[in-house]
Design a protein around this ligand. Structure first.
Ligand SMILES: NC(=O)c1ccc[n+]([C@@H]2O[C@H](COP(=O)([O-])OP(=O)(O)OC[C@H]3O[C@@H](n4cnc5c(N)ncnc54)[C@H](O)[C@@H]3O)[C@@H](O)[C@H]2O)c1
Length: 357
């Protein structure tokens, strides 16, 4: 029997403790987290309690110097401003990287990370965990039957009553501070919105126009809306941290019907002969209210292992993650230009590198 993949976790905050670690601990034959780095003493203490056998460090550099030769991968769960530097350091030590979203705070950084993964021949795998939510899997299964025909319009609404908070011991409001987050709700949630849209419209986007506003005293937006154009159709997204309710509402429209998702509830509308429409109602418990999404990480981490085993250094998920950051960056430029439609410069260099590999 082969030994479990040895991993180091960088950033022992909310999503690491409540999402990533429970999933690793549920697969002891597959993963072992042997080291943790966190800049916050109270979080290092928490890591000691949760992972008593792990070696704990206060910075990535010291951890890698001491541990890299016995590691297979690094899991990055710090705020976005540090993702790129940590991932580059991991590739320099020939380690695979699992990285939280958004993978970087600029499109140029995202391309350079993917290029580095390709050169180092190490996997870069983003945390696109929403793809493993039961409702999202139910949507995928319906789309795969082909019964709805070509999809031409999708809407993705994420309504929150406040910004998500980081752990109290560090900087709970880092998502609102540009220097740490890189942006507001678009930077924080845009990746989930956009990679789902790529999947449902089965294409890469070609342009975006966006509007945003900020009702707070922080330096990041808390209302965001955009229209993304694809060769196959249109995606319209609305994200807010100022809603009166917390809800996820997605709609997907095809030539022969539509899907509507409201949290765990799914409606599939099928057009029948004579203009009749059949409606099927399903429910898939996705626990949207539980922000840790612990269950979804188990499947995601297996996808990461599959990529390592295949030697798929920069796969579709990684390319989508870079495109998400490109879209967010272009959306900000559009919003600054009063919502003007801007063409996208796709991560061509990355695609070329991936094909060359
Ligand atoms: N995929 C998802 O569903 C999901 C959900 C929540 C958060 N996230 C992402 O996970 C990341 C972390 O978010 P969070 O909510 O867990 O934040 P958090 O504030 O709870 O945790 C961040 C942790 O990182 C530590 N840290 C900060 N800078 C560091 C550095 N340079 N080196 C080592 N440790 C460092 C902090 O001390 C803290 O313990 C973000 O990128 C966020 O977008 C993803």
């Amino acid at each position: 029997m082969t030994r479990p993949y040895q991993g180091a976790l960088i950033g022992f905050g909310f999503i690491a403790e409540k999402g990533h670690i429970p999933a690793y601990l549920a697969a002891p034959g597959m993963f072992e987290i042997v080291a943790v780095a966190d800049v916050c003493a109270a979080r290092r203490e928490k890591a000691r309690q949760v992972l008593p056998k792990a070696r704990i460090y206060s910075d990535t550099k010291t951890l890698l110097a001491a541990e890299a030769r016995n590691l297979d991968f690094v899991d990055i769960a710090t705020p976005p401003c540090d993702h790129a530097a940590i991932a580059h350091a991991a590739f320099d030590h020939s380690l695979h990287v699992f990285c939280e979203k958004p993978i970087t705070t600029s499109a140029a950084d995202a391309r350079s990370l993917l290029d580095h993964a390709q050169q180092a021949k190490r996997v870069f795998f983003p945390s696109h965990n929403y793809k493993h939510a039961p409702v999202i899997k139910a949507i995928r299964e319906t789309l795969e039957t082909g019964e709805l025909g070509a999809i031409h319009l999708v809407t993705l609404d994420t309504f929150r009553t406040t910004h998500a908070k980081g752990v109290a011991e560090w900087q709970p409001d880092w998502r609102r501070q540009r220097k740490t987050s890189g942006g507001g709700i678009a930077m924080d949630h845009g990746s989930h919105t956009f990679y789902l849209a790529f999947d449902w419209l089965a294409a890469e986007p070609t342009s975006i126009n966006a509007k945003m506003s900020n009702l707070s005293t922080f330096d990041t937006e808390d209302n965001f809306s955009c229209t993304v154009t694809f060769p196959t159709g249109i995606a319209v997204a609305q994200l807010t941290w100022n809603s009166g309710f917390r809800k996820v509402i997605y709609t997907i429209h095809g030539e022969n019907g539509a899907i509507k998702v409201e949290d765990d509830d799914i409606e599939i509308h099928r057009k029948r002969a004579g203009g009749k429409i059949d409606v099927e109602k399903l429910s898939a418990a996705s626990h949207w209210m539980d922000a840790s999404h612990a269950e979804w990480f188990k499947a995601l981490q297996l996808d990461f292992v599959a990529a390592i085993r295949k030697g798929e250094w920069v796969g579709r998920e990684a390319r989508d993650a870079a495109m998400c950051v490109t879209l967010i960056e272009t959306a900000y430029a559009s919003a600054r230009a009063d919502g003007r439609q801007l063409e996208l410069t796709p991560a061509r260099a990355t695609e070329r590198a991936a094909k060359a590999g």
